[in-house]
Design a protein around this ligand. Structure first.
Ligand code: GDP
Length: 461
């Protein structure tokens, strides 16, 4: 077993499984070969060794004659547990003091404190999860929107590691054939059908490209879309921001340019996170504070995935708007035109005024008119890159980097085939490709890499 090569993974570990702080109950988890022994020492009510797996037991935690708490103990015997090892979960009363007392007693009885991610790491080492699944556990714990929850769930159930493993197996059988040819190099035979192989490489490139491309969308789902609300002072940006957030954090004021700093807020629309950035107005200014604001605005615009350009329909000329559109187009900015304050002159008059300009969304931020349309348009903008959120999506930067390496080596293999490279050179490129594929699913790992991956978890996971 891989775990035997790693240090400290035979110990029995303990940590709270529930969040820190005071709750009605807290769950402490003991995991490892001695988990049942250790709990037995503190749980006089019954001999847990004699109890069946997947059963609950009521009793007290007692150390040296002192009762610490009344608890319920759940028993999961190896290998039928999350980590594949013995697990005892102690549900105690939620006070941090009691939790600490019980954890200390477990440590005195032979356990040690778990490191961040150690439970999931053991599940991985014992073959209960592959690496992409383990990493998605971290994402699942951290997921804060419906869409990111869905992607994390899907990865945990096997997601794209299945696709990659299938690919890897095909490549392995091929490289075996090519290496066999090397043994018969005097005889000039070809065991590995090159046309077949060419087809396989092309298919592999498609799968890998698709997965690598999904990274951007995956990131959008996981981290949110940077959304900049920009426009001249008094266009109504702060009002819109407040309307969208339904709370009054940004300063709304009649005085031009009071929103000087950039304020970041997050909005959850149909499961997609939009990181809203309210910026100081775009305008030329001699005032230093204001021009710092303008500079920041320009930076934010370049960083933004989508820009909401707000203008006051009553105060903006058609020429001015056209100039702004041309500027966005020149800089390849993904923008949405939002004409605000339609309540003053009325929608029909506004539409007539800007008839020559397409795709303006008319709203009244203050009267809350057409805000739902605005949300729909935002979601549509994100989704329209013919991206399907049901599909397998790569959200992990490590996977993305490895996928790019896989792609590079696949290109080398393909070039090798085109140039009728000898089998031994071809097989080197295939091996490199296999190496990076294996890195993604964890078939190839080293201790440092594992420690790095699992250290991103919090303790008790
Ligand atoms: P910002 O400088 O772009 O952030 O603009 P604000 O949100 O501070 O709005 C400037 C002024 O316009 C405030 O007095 C708002 O109440 C007003 N305002 C914002 N939206 C509307 C709207 O839809 N209709 C009307 N009539 N006034 C609005």
């Amino acid at each position: 077993m891989l775990g035997n090569n790693l240090t400290g993974y035979d110990d029995t570990i303990v940590a709270p499984a529930t969040a820190a702080g005071v709750g009605a109950i807290a769950v402490l988890r003991l995991n490892g070969t001695n988990a049942i022994d250790i709990c037995n020492r503190l749980f006089p009510a019954k001999d847990l060794h004699k109890q069946a797996s997947h059963t609950l037991h009521f009793g007290s935690i007692v150390e040296n004659g002192r009762t610490i708490d009344e608890v319920v103990v759940s028993l999961y015997k190896a290998p039928r547990s999350y980590t594949g090892e013995n697990i005892v979960e102690i549900s105690c009363h939620g006070s941090p003091y009691i939790q600490q007392q019980i954890i200390d007693a477990c440590i005195r009885a032979g356990a040690r404190m778990a490191k961040p991610g150690e439970y999931t790491m053991r599940a991985f080492l014992n073959g209960k999860l592959d690496l992409t699944q383990a990493e998605s556990v971290a994402d699942l714990i951290a997921s804060n929107s419906a869409a990111s929850h869905q992607t994390a769930m899907q990865q945990m159930r096997g997601g794209f590691s299945k696709e990659l493993s299938a690919l890897r197996e095909q490549l392995i059988s091929f490289s075996a054939l090519i290496e066999l040819e090397l043994d018969f190099s005097q005889e000039d035979v070809e065991f590995a059908d090159r046309t077949q192989f060419y087809k396989l490489i092309n298919e592999a490139m498609q799968v890998v490209k698709h997965l690598a491309d999904s990274f951007q969308m995956g990131n959008v789902i996981k981290n949110g879309v940077n959304t900049a609300i920009v426009g001249k002072p008094n266009a109504g940006k702060s009002t819109l921001l407040n309307t969208l957030l339904n709370e009054n954090r940004a300063i709304v004021s009649d005085i031009a340019g009071t929103t000087r700093d950039t304020i970041e807020e997050i909005l959850n629309i149909q499961g997609i996170l939009f990181r809203l950035i309210d910026t100081a107005g775009i305008r030329e200014s001699d005032d230093t504070i204001e021009s710092i604001g303008v500079q920041k605005t320009m930076e934010k615009i370049r960083e933004a995935g989508v820009v909401l350009y707000m203008f006051d329909v009553n105060q903006t000329s058609v020429e001015e708007l056209q100039e702004q559109i041309d500027a966005f187009k020149k800089d390849n900015i993904n923008y949405l035109l939002v004409g605000n304050k339609t309540d003053i002159a009325g929608l029909a008059a506004n539409q007539a005024k800007f008839a020559g300009i397409e795709n303006i969304l008319y709203i009244s931020a203050r009267q809350h008119e057409h805000i739902e349309d605005l949300k729909d348009r935002l979601v549509h903008k994100v989704m329209s890159g013919d991206i399907n959120t049901e599909a397998t999506i790569v959200t992990n930067a490590r996977h993305h980097a490895a996928l790019q390496e896989v792609m590079k080596s696949l290109i080398d293999v393909k070039n090798g085939l085109d140039n009728q490279l000898p089998g031994d050179l071809l097989s080197l490129d295939i091996r490199r490709c296999l190496h990076f594929l294996g890195e993604i699913t964890g078939q190839i790992t080293n201790e440092d890499q594992l420690d790095f991956i699992f250290s991103k978890f919090c303790i008790g996971k």
